[in-house]
Structures are given as C-alpha cells and as structure tokens.
Design a protein around this ligand. Structure first.
Ligand SMILES: NC(=O)c1ccc[n+]([C@@H]2O[C@H](COP(=O)([O-])OP(=O)(O)OC[C@H]3O[C@@H](n4cnc5c(N)ncnc54)[C@H](O)[C@@H]3O)[C@@H](O)[C@H]2O)c1
Length: 278
C-alpha cells in the first residue's frame, strides 16, 4: 500500500525519545525510505533505530550534540552515505533547562520543585537567572535548530532538491509564563522558522514549525506528579483536559513532511488540546 512517506528519507534530531521517536515510528509506518536518528544519548537513539527497523524501514543512529555545527554537518553526511538523499528534517532535539537529561526524572522533579517554590514570587528566578542557564537552553533549542536547518538546507540547495523542514517550537513560544530561557528559545525558533521559510521558498524548501501543548514525554513526566492544588489549574488551561500523546504530534509532523502540506510554509501549527482557544 502506498504510504505518505514513500521514497522519502528523514533526518530526526532528538529521535531517541519522546516526540522525535514517535515521529520516526510514524514515518516508518508510512513507508519512509530511510531514517536517521540523531541524538545526544546513544542508548535511546539505538533503541529508536531498532524500533524503526522492526517496522521494515532502514534506520541508522548518528551521535549529535545539536549545538555543534560539525555534528550537524556529520548528520547530513551520514544520511547521504546511507540513503543517498534527504527529503525531510525534524528538529526535535531540545531541553527544558540547562543540564536537562531526557529520562532523569529525579533531576526534573528537583527543577520543578524549585519553580513551584517561586510561584508566588516570579521575579526572584527572573532576577537570579544566570547567563550560563540562559545560554545552555538557547544553545540546544535555538542555535541547535539553526545549525540543523542550515546543514540540511545547504545540501538541498546545492543539489537543487525540494524538501520539508519541520522545527519544534512550543505553545510557550507565544506565552509569557514559564521559564525565561525556554520560552525565549521557542519564540526564537518560531521566528527562525518564518525567516527560513521565506528565504528558502524559491528553492522549493518548505519550513514549518510545530508548537505542541503539553505532551506526555520525559520532559513533562515530573509535571504530572504535581500536587492537586497546582495540577488542577494547570490542567484547567487545557480545554481538552488531558496531555497530548507523542503520536498526536507525530501525526502533525507527518502532515508537514508529506506532500499533503505542499502549500504550507512559514506556518506554526499547534496540536495543544485547545490551549489557545482562550
Ligand atoms: N513534551 C512536551 O510537552 C513539549 C511541548 C512543546 C515542545 N516540546 C519540545 O519538543 C522537543 C522534544 O521534546 P520531548 O518532549 O520529546 O522531550 P524528550 O526528552 O523525550 O526528548 C528530547 C530528545 O532530545 C535529545 N537531546 C537533548 N539535548 C540534545 C542535544 N544537545 N543534542 C542532541 N539531542 C539532544 C534528548 O536526548 C532526547 O532524546 C523539544 O524541543 C521540546 O522542547 C515538548
């Protein structure tokens, strides 16, 4: 049966966990020709590769520190070595705070507890915010997105091939509550996406962003354990009353990757359970 990713090779940063892994699997179900899983963490990265291969789709792991230009260039070279072409990029590598390590739930709980301590005095973490913390989040979320987009687009321009680039912003890109470095990084991803879409459109390269609401992944695992007095108002901000599932975001990525979205570029789509209806 023809799939919506037939003949397409996809490169997924942050493909070892969460939204990146779910998208890799969804692309594989739709008959992708090959998938590169690029991630900082080799074990979950290799696990994603095995899961994709189990669906009958060739996949390869590529070590990546998203913030390093040479790693992003090596990721493109890996895709070309193994599959000879690139059609789709999803930039799902991301951190919620400096030192974030996907799957380290204890560290995430500790971080969240610090935020909760300051709910009534939000100016304290703002005034205490260190440059190191700010920079660490921007390095991965924003600079990392720029470097991946540059590396893939440079190749596509060179070989005169069309492509679809999908970045991952967040509802936080348009919200003024939340951790400053994260929200600012995601607002930056949104603007970067719009500019890249404009300059790359004449080369038939589409660039769109996904701005998910809260989704059940390692990044939000600690949030869902919050005490009822905090969890209640948090959930009340989501009209659908639940977190999203990674597959629901993967379906958005699939739409943007496939030819069904052929007239979309520079768009920010929000799979968010209605967060922005207010
Ligand atoms: N989960 C949510 O609610 C949510 C909502 C909106 C946006 N997002 C964004 O979606 C993206 C994916 O997040 P997730 O929820 O799947 O989290 P996750 O922790 O499950 O996955 C993130 C992946 O990125 C990888 N990564 C982190 N730093 C990296 C680096 N420097 N280089 C390469 N890989 C790196 C991690 O190893 C991990 O595999 C992030 O950009 C996040 O900000 C998540």
């Amino acid at each position: 049966m023809p799939g919506r990713m037939n003949g397409k090779v996809a490169l997924i940063t942050g493909g070892g966990n969460g939204l990146g892994r779910a998208t890799a699997l969804r692309f594989a179900e739709e008959g992708a020709a090959g998938i590169v899983i690029a991630d900082l963490l080799p074990d979950p990265g290799q696990e994603s590769v095995a899961l994709v291969q189990a669906l009958g789709v060739p996949a390869v792991y590529c070590p990546l520190d998203a913030a390093r230009r040479q790693d992003n260039e090596a990721m493109v070279a890996t895709a070309l070595d193994h599959f000879g072409q690139i059609d789709v990029l999803l930039t799902a590598a991301g951190v919620s705070h400096g030192g974030y390590r996907s799957g380290d739930l204890d560290a995430s709980r500790k971080r969240l507890a610090e935020r909760i301590d300051h709910v009534a005095s939000p100016w304290v973490p703002f005034l205490d915010l260190s440059v190191d913390e700010f920079q660490a989040v921007l390095d991965v979320n924003l600079t990392g997105t720029l470097l991946a987009v540059q590396a893939v687009a440079a190749h596509l321009v060179l070989v005169e091939r069309p492509g679809s680039i999908i970045t991952v912003a967040s509802i936080m890109a348009r919200s003024d509550t939340g951790p400053v470095p994260y929200n600012v990084s995601k607002a930056g991803v949104w603007m970067l996406t719009k500019i890249a879409a404009r300059v790359l459109a004449p080369r038939r390269i589409r660039v769109n962003a996904i701005g998910p609401g809260y989704v059940s992944t390692n990044m939000t695992a600690a949030l869902t354990e919050m005490p009822p007095d905090l969890l209640g108002p948090f959930m009340a901000a989501i009209p659908m009353g639940r977190l999203g599932e990674p597959r629901e975001i993967a379906n958005t990525a699939l739409f943007l990757a496939s030819d069904e979205s052929s007239y979309f570029t520079g768009e920010l789509l929000h799979p968010d359970g209605g967060f922005f209806t207010g």
